[in-house]
Write a protein that binds this ligand. Structure first.
Ligand code: 13P
Ligand code: SF4
Length: 301
């Protein structure tokens, strides 16, 4: 059956992250950054949510709207950043620093969220960190790059978990500079999961949605984009007259395609919706515990 008919018949919606392939973004009912997708998942009255993103995003949708059936097109679609922080290791770290509160980036497992004080995304991280008194000691997990960026702009001294996203962490300054040299009138925008050396070259730093919005309103016609490639589709759609240059990871590959996001296909989305298969199950205890830090984030967003 055609995907549009299937969606109607099943009272389902498809949520897709900007890093999925363009054909997935086209069939989605809603595309967004992590925060917008979480808010949409919480507010939807559909019976089924098909989450075309990665595992932690589907988990977040289920935690925020537990009565819905959340379907995951491919359970192998994980996240290297989330994998860089095991709950047992974070618990040990917390035990060493009992006077610290834990702020956790949404790119994390439900087990990690369950032992966190509050969650943040790349679009609200600065606001969440600044909601704590200046003298409150903080741990930021799992992204050292995002945490380092916030430390720098907020003047804080948060303890950083040593995690990173393999896609953003491997972007090289030499490739940004090469594009800059070839296009001297271009501006640079970057996701805060990039290393500090890349962020120092950026004219604008923000979440995927914030970067997309920036490209719509900025005066520049040439824009160098330091993040995953999928977002270029929306940028080009919104500003067809502008030129976008994605920063390659190195000369030989296009490693800034997130392999996990690209696991979402029309075929596996259709299949899981048709059969109502690949349903994500979480225990009531997990949901209730992880809801607390997630709801704190939504209340501040
Ligand atoms: P955004 O919240 O900016 O969309 O980021 C999600 C992500 O996984 C970045 O790698
Ligand atoms: Fe995770 Fe990086 Fe992929 Fe984002 S781009 S989902 S942080 S692996």
């Amino acid at each position: 059956m055609n995907i549009e008919l299937l969606k109607k018949k099943k009272r389902a919606i498809i949520l897709a992250h900007y890093y999925t392939n363009p054909e997935i973004q086209e069939i989605a009912d809603f595309t967004g950054d992590s925060l917008a997708l979480a808010q949409k998942a919480k507010d939807t009255d559909a019976d089924i949510i098909v989450f075309a993103g990665v595992h932690f995003m589907a988990e977040t949708a289920k935690i925020l709207n537990p009565t819905k059936k959340v379907l995951v097109p491919d359970f192998n679609a994980g996240c290297s950043l989330s994998d860089s922080c095991k709950a047992s290791d974070l618990q040990e770290f917390k035990n060493l620093h009992p006077d610290h509160k834990v702020i956790t980036y949404v790119n994390s497992s439900i087990e990690v969220k369950m032992i966190s004080d509050i969650i943040c995304t790349s679009s609200n991280a600065v606001k969440i960190v600044n909601s704590f008194p200046k003298d409150q000691k903080l741990i930021f997990a799992p992204d050292k790059n995002l945490g380092g960026y916030i430390n720098k702009i907020s003047g804080r001294d948060m303890l950083l978990w040593n995690g990173s996203c393999h896609v953003h962490n491997q972007l090289h300054t030499k490739n940004v500079l090469k594009l800059k040299l070839e296009n001297p009138d271009a501006i640079v925008i970057a996701h805060p999961e990039c290393q500090d050396v890349i962020l120092q070259l950026a004219d604008f730093i923000g979440s995927t949605l914030q970067m997309l919005n920036y490209t719509k309103t900025c005066a520049a016609d040439k824009i160098i984009v330091a993040t995953e490639t999928g977002i270029i589709y929306q940028m080009q759609l919104a500003s067809p007259h502008k030129q976008f240059f994605v920063v390659p990871a190195d000369e030989t590959c296009n490693c800034n395609d997130c392999p996990f996001m690209k696991m979402n296909t029309i075929e596996n989305i259709t299949r899981c919706l048709e059969n109502e298969s690949n349903e994500l199950h979480l225990s009531d205890y997990q949901i209730q515990t992880a809801q607390i830090p997630l709801q704190r984030m939504l209340d501040l967003s």
